[in-house]
Design a protein. Sequence first.
Length: 79
Amino acid sequence: MIVIDASALAKFILREENWGKVYEILSTEVVSVDHVVKEVVNTIWKHYSVYKTCSLDVAIKRFQLLKKIIDEELVRLEN
């Protein structure tokens, strides 16, 4: 089992440098605390609203990807 933090998950969602390494990790049993969702959503929001590095459509697609990762339990959340 691998524990993933918000910065690693955000790296994957935002396709930042070395995001492929996180992709490999997601194919194994991965767990995180439930707060990771709030942190990654906040990062997506910042890239759209504050940094203006993506459009609203891209931000929504990133949110949907995060939701899919959680819904399909690629990352299992713990309280």
